[in-house]
Structure formats: C-alpha cells, structure tokens
Design a protein around this ligand. Sequence first.
Ligand code: PBG
Length: 325
Amino acid sequence: MFQEFHRGRRLRTTATLRELVRETEIRPQDLIQPYFAAQGDPEAMNPISSMPGQYQYGLDKLVERVEMAVKLGLKALMLFGIPETKDEVGTQAYARDGIVQQATRRIKERFPDVVVVADTCLCEYTSHGHCGLVKEGRVLNDPTLELLAKTAVSQARAGADVIAPSDMMDGRVAAIRTALDQAGLTETPIMSYAVKYASAFYGPFREAAESAPKFGDRKTYQMDPANGREGLREAEADYAEGADMLMVKPALPYLDVLTRLKDRYDCPLAAYHVSGEYSMIKAAASNGWIDENAVVLESLTAIKRAGADLILTYFAEDVLRLMNG
Ligand code: PBG
C-alpha cells in the first residue's frame, strides 16, 4: 500500500550493495603524512608525548621511516623542521643547510617519485616562536614576506615539489610566486594554507615542532574560528595571487568552510587534519572508549566527502597499513 515510499534501506541490505553505491573513497594518493625532521643526531627518534606514534626524526631515521611508508604506498609527505638554533629572524628557515632543506635533499635522492611538500613558515626557527618578524611586540607583515620568499626558494632549490606557506601573512602567495619565478622555479606549485584558523587544536603540534609563541598568540594573523565568510575572502586572495591548491585547517571543525570553497574553486583543495584532531582520537582509543581505526576512517572519509581532494594527516601511514590489510 505504500509502494511509492522511498525506502533508503533497500540499498543497504548487503555489504556488496553498500559498496556499489558508496560515494566517497579514500585513495592512497589522497594522503599526505607530515614528518618532523630534527637537526643533530641523525639516529634520533624522539617520541612526541602529546602525539603517540609520532616522532622527531634525525635525518637517517627519517629516511628509514619514509622508506617504510613508501613501501606501504605513501605518495606524499610534508616536512617540518626542528633546528638546533633559533634567532629573531629565523635564519635556519632559509639556510642552505637548514634541516628541511637537508631532509628534502636526502628524501628526493632516495625516493625521487615521492612528493615532498615543504611547510614554509618561520615559527619553528624564530626565538620568539611567531610566524613573522617581530618588532616591539608586533608581528610585522611586509618585512616577513621577503623571508618567506627566501625560505620558499631555498626549499624548492633543495628539491621540494610543493611549497606550502602556513604563516597567514597577507600577500605571501604573491611574494613567494614572484620569488620562485625569478629564481627560475616556475614549475613549483604553491599549496597555500589559505583558510587557517587560530585554533586550539594545534596544541600538540607546538610541542612536536617546539614552536609555541613565547608571548601573545597568533590571533593577529590566523583567523577567528567564528568566521566563515572571511575564509572565502582569504581563499580568494590566495587564489588570485597564484596559489595552485588551497587548504583549510583544521579539518573536522571546519567542514562547512571546505564545502563552500569546493563550490567556488576548481583548483584542488586540501584539508589539514591537525595534531589536536589526531591526539583526541589517540587518547580516546587508548582508553578503550572508541574504535581507533573506525573513527579514523570515518573522519577522513567525512573530510573527503565535504570536499577535500587531499588530506594532510598524521594517520596517513596507519591508513595505508589498513588498506594493505
Ligand atoms: C606553522 C604550522 C602550525 C601547524 C602547521 N604549520 C602551527 C601553528 O600555526 O601554530 C599546525 C599543524 C598541526 O597542529 O598539526 N605555522
């Protein structure tokens, strides 16, 4: 009698049928694993206490780890650097032998096909921990651009395949694009952290990268979590300045922003499933409160469904392991 009824359950009756109508799938090539490369002892592998399973790697250990991940099917990784010395102007960010530059050379030498994405920022290299030059307690915009551009060029010269500025200074995509082009690096794409919020979810990362600001916070450059429309403006600016890919960060709390970007831009979109998102899952799972693998797959699938083409996640290795059975 109710034959005209839509019965959603019809297509859910068997696992195969569900598979047939599944709209979203995570592919190995969608995942980018972040790594922390530390200067000093090449054999170091220091656990990051707030991110169980993540480490600061010495150069040799990093290459070993990447080898393992590549065997699992990893196609792309992002590098953060932990320098031995920091100063006011973040010299180690753009030093020829800076840690990210060295790590990039080592990885590209061994695994030429792996896509190395270099995080381009100053906060890991400045003594004050801010993402730009500081004068009288203020983070300066335009003078920072020059240093970011220098950093990008030196990372690309070391072999980085993608430059990913995460500083949130205004005009940095244009400054970096111009500098790369002038250096003859016209083929190096920019993945900009276009919509990056001043998020409490970065807490564990700042322990991992030893990059917490020594005074104040990042709210004068990173965005207010309350603002969605402003995110569209940020994305528009980076797109117009020549960004090849746009990123939203963090991921799960900002899926609405991701979807709005997807509707507007035809370029590839990335989402950064950040440290705090990782650590929350790890903590709940280690208490036996949630099923880690199921929650990870559900989270990453949701991020893709919302519009991400690429996902930066500390779970990349784990997911590849799951895919390999
Ligand atoms: C550097 C940077 C940060 C992250 C990526 N690049 C930290 C910050 O902005 O304080 C966070 C990544 C994460 O939490 O996993 N600017």
